[in-house]
Design a protein around this ligand. Structure first.
Ligand SMILES: C[S@@+](CC[C@H](N)C(=O)[O-])C[C@H]1O[C@@H](n2cnc3c(N)ncnc32)[C@H](O)[C@@H]1O
Length: 439
């Protein structure tokens, strides 16, 4: 039997234990609450820090550009928003380019509206936002669970703001010119139609690149250019329009196209609209295959999406005619894919169908670039436009030089690639040797 004193001590002890346990619970709970509160504050703080930085850079006018990316909804047609400062009637505005799957839309906002827009879009619509200012790059990444990460980096180089309106850049080509409507690119009022926006963008970009490359090349007073596989002649007209407006030289432009109906139609458009800014220059289209085309002189060869081996024929035409520049955006790459499939030789990459197709593209264009190098062309391979405009967005640019080349080493590389993938012939490499002098 326990004495009265013992009973009271036990009761006291158990009471104390209960109090301690409850205390412990309170401490754990408080700690949890505190850390949640701390985490929440940190989260809000990181977001706020980004918006503070944006607000400050809008105030001190140092925004260079901003990109909103990673849409929250996987089904969103809107992929990105690009923001850049522009001058509109002497007022500083911010141009928002909304990039949808196959079109762009632009809207202009002032600084306060820009702030509002970005606040409403991040993180509800876009998970990531990158802000580039004259002094700092700031990136806010918000995870699926809503956890923000903020990264800031001081800018080392001297940056400048580009205040030109995007339209100005696109307006390298003037959509009001009468041929654009007749070619089906614009409405009668000179507005690029919705479904031709991507084509317009593509030709503007192509012209911008060709211009950049041409400006690094020496020409005499005349420049003879041939556009191989000219199709409807968008690029031919675009480049002609640009060069006759911006170059003080005689431009002789020829579009080469195998389809008679197209050639007849475009030559009619040439006659009707006379796209000849300076009377010295000429543009015409010839109905003929690239192989049969015999230019009297060729300084610049261009080809945009000439199908399959037509690109090889075009490159070869440029090489044989000693063109100073060869600029091609290849199209489908069937010849090499068929060769690879026929050989049955697969490796860890090409045993997957989709990679076989991609590897065929890479090998075809790598060998094209090597052939150009072999023939004395300093060659660059670049992406000429965003992949969401067209997946056929690789550009091969070859510039003729007098520098000696190690032909043996290049031939070895070509042969090595062909052996590796069981390719018996590469159309361009084979034809380089056909009926010709030794290279
Ligand atoms: C995909 S379209 C590209 C048209 C144009 N360059 C453009 O990007 O808007 C290819 C054009 O090349 C033409 N073509 C294909 N093979 C040709 C060849 N061997 N000789 C001449 N034209 C060819 C086709 O008839 C077609 O009009």
């Amino acid at each position: 039997m326990l004495s009265q004193a013992q009973v009271s001590t036990t009761a006291l002890l158990s009471l104390e234990m209960t109090i301690i346990k409850n205390y412990a619970k309170i401490i754990v709970l408080t700690k949890c609450r505190l850390s949640f509160f701390y985490y929440f504050c940190k989260k809000v703080k990181r977001m706020d820090r980004f918006f503070d930085k944006l607000e400050n850079s809008l105030k001190d006018d140092s925004v260079v550009k901003m990109t909103l990316s990673k849409p929250v909804s996987k089904n969103s047609e809107l992929r990105n928003i690009y923001v850049k400062p522009i001058l509109l009637k002497d007022n500083k505005m911010y141009q928002f380019t909304y990039r949808y799957e196959r079109r762009d839309e632009t809207k202009n906002f002032d600084a306060a509206q820009t702030m509002e827009q970005v606040r409403s879009l991040v993180p509800e619509t876009f998970q990531n936002v990158s802000l580039f200012t004259l002094t700092e790059d700031v990136t806010l990444l918000v995870s699926k669970k809503g956890k923000p990460t903020l990264m800031c980096k001081k800018v080392q180089e001297n940056r400048e703001q580009d205040l030109s309106h995007d339209h100005e850049k696109q307006r390298l080509i003037d959509p009001n010119k009468p041929w654009w409507h007749l070619l089906g690119l614009t409405t009668r009022e000179g507005k690029v139609t919705a479904d031709m926006q991507h084509k317009y963008k593509q030709i503007c970009k192509y012209v911008e690149i060709v211009d950049g490359v041409m400006r690094q090349t020496k020409f005499d007073d005349e420049i003879h250019i041939a556009d191989m596989g000219a199709g409807k002649g968008y690029l031919t007209f675009a480049l002609y329009e640009y060069l006759t407006t911006h170059y003080d030289k005689k431009i002789e432009m020829e579009g080469v196209e195998i389809r008679k109906d197209l050639v007849l139609k475009i030559n009619d458009i040439c006659k009707d609209t006379r796209p000849c800014v300076s009377t010295k220059s000429t543009i015409r289209f010839v109905e003929c295959s690239i192989v049969d085309y015999q230019p009297s002189r060729l300084d610049v060869l261009i080809a945009l999406h000439a199908c399959d081996t037509a690109t090889d024929d075009a490159i070869l035409k440029g090489i044989r005619n000693n063109a100073k520049l060869i600029i091609c955006a290849p199209c489908c790459h069937k010849q090499i894919r068929r060769e690879m499939e026929r050989s049955g030789k697969t490796d860890a990459i090409t045993r997957y169908g989709i990679f076989l197709e991609r590897q065929a593209v890479m090998i075809t264009d790598t060998i094209r670039a090597l052939v150009l190098e072999y023939c004395g062309y300093k060659t660059q391979v670049m992406e000429f436009i965003e992949i969401d405009n067209t997946p056929k967005n690789v550009l091969l640019v070859g510039r003729k030089t007098d520098k000696p080349v190690d032909k043996e080493a290049i031939a070895k590389q070509i042969k090595g690639l062909m052996d590796q993938y069981g390719i018996e012939e590469h159309y361009l490499w084979k034809n380089l040797w056909k009926n010709c002098r030794a290279y």
